[in-house]
Design a protein around this ligand. Structure first.
Ligand code: SAH
Length: 314
């Protein structure tokens, strides 16, 4: 591990620890935190988070998170659920931020190719359709301006409304797990920034995406149109119920975590179809499940531990 990798590793752990601190608090009072987190006041949120001011708790969390991250496959690579600022800005980030707010286009492309090679292929994602799609979609156009410099880094980023754009590796992994093919009809639950939908749209013509938060849905819609992904169908609704009118789907990817597998989603899978979904308690690790329907029979297997924002209900 060279110096840069070591710094990134420490930074990732600190990021997880910060999130874990917020999560302890989250478990203590989810509704209180939700009212504290109306939009993107991320720094305020952290400063006002009492769990973060308890040094002993932070130390325990630091050790536990490091051990857990080292022990659980997919954990260190898992998307973090809560928006946060990252407590230790990397030297590179502050350098580039002060040098220029918008690097030239080819530097984005270089960052993107490096992201695919070092974060995605290196972790075993091999489907060429997925790799090409990840190389193509301009992730920096899906994050808020102030996080743009970090858009090709190995972690999730805040997108407003207390939500996050998932870590690049997790987007690639979930896309590979649903095994989309050109011509497939794919449903995504949790449009968020629209990034996962755009990745899917690079692979197949028929992408449907459902988002429960209206403002996010509208921003993502405008962004997808502006970037040439106008063919993605989007809807504002509770994705627990899928999108019945266009069912059945060859594949369904859920990017927020419910505490059980929603029956309507299984019902909207075509025979031979695949559903990839994180399931587990809000604010902690969930299991990523791959559910398949074959001859009316449902099978499921675990693809590791991940951390997602909860699937909320209307
Ligand atoms: N796929 C997104 C990131 C997902 S973050 C991207 O590429 O940017 C999870 C998203 O799921 C959030 O935007 C959240 O608002 C949404 N969500 C949560 N519960 C939902 C539900 N019941 N139905 C639809 N979307 C939901």
């Amino acid at each position: 591990m060279d110096y840069q990798q070591a710094v990134e590793q420490v930074r990732l752990y600190l990021c997880i620890i910060t999130l874990r601190g917020a999560q302890v608090n989250r478990l203590e009072g989810l509704s209180r935190l939700q009212t504290m987190w109306p939009n993107e006041g991320i720094i305020e949120r952290e400063e006002r988070d009492p769990a973060m001011s308890r040094p002993a708790l932070r130390a325990i969390l630091m050790i536990a998170a490091s051990l857990f991250a080292a022990a659980v496959p997919g954990c260190a690579a898992g998307p973090q659920p809560l928006p946060t600022t990252f407590p230790i800005p990397s030297a590179q980030a502050s350098r580039t931020a002060s040098a220029s707010a918008t690097p030239p286009a080819d530097s984005w492309t270089q960052s993107r190719l490096a992201m695919v090679r070092d974060q995605i292929q290196a972790r075993g994602v091999a489907n060429p359709l997925v790799l090409r799609a990840m190389e193509k979609v301009p992730r920096h156009a899906f994050v808020p301006e102030r996080y743009r410099e970090e858009s090709y880094r190995d972690y999730p980023l805040p997108i407003g409304e207390g939500q996050t754009i998932s870590q690049p590796y997790i987007v690639a992994l979930m896309t590979e797990l649903i095994d989309p093919k050109p011509g497939d009809r794919v449903l995504e639950i949790g449009t968020g920034s629209g990034y996962q939908a755009a990745v899917l749209a690079e692979i197949t013509e028929e992408v449907y995406s459902v988002e429960i938060i209206e403002t996010l849905a509208h921003t993502a819609r405008a962004r997808l149109d502006a970037l040439g992904y106008g063919k993605v169908h989007s809807n504002v609704a509770d994705g627990y119920f899928g999108w019945e009118e266009n069912a059945p789907y060859d594949a369904i990817v859920v990017t927020a975590a419910p505490d059980h597998i929603p029956q309507p989603l299984v019902g909207q899978l075509r025979d031979g179809g695949r559903l990839v979904i994180p399931v587990g308690p809000a604010g902690f690790f969930q299991t990523l499940w791959v559910v398949e329907k074959q001859g009316g029979k449902i099978t499921s297997r675990s693809a590791g531990a991940v951390t997602f924002v909860p699937l909320t209900r209307r």
